[in-house]
Design a binder for this molecule. Structure first.
Ligand code: SF4
Length: 63
């Protein structure tokens, strides 16, 4: 089973922490809000918990 995450853009404050730390998983949209890459599939080298912990707005959720 593949672990996946998504971004709730209603909560995203577009400060870019997630795509600075995990550039293979997140990228900014035109307004700087995060969107997932590769359908949000968490790389094997990372855990879902450490991905969720990068966002102080709790905008990233496990799906
Ligand atoms: S860390 Fe959270 S609030 Fe900041 S850009 Fe990423 S998803 Fe948005």
């Amino acid at each position: 089973m593949t672990n996946k995450v998504s971004v709730d853009q209603d909560f995203c404050q577009a400060h870019g922490r997630c795509y600075a730390v995990f550039p293979d998983l997140f990228e900014p949209d035109d307004e700087g809000r995060a969107q997932v890459k590769n359908h949000g599939a968490v790389p094997e080298s990372n855990t879902v918990d450490e991905i969720l912990a990068v966002c102080p707005e709790a905008a990233i959720t496990s799906v």
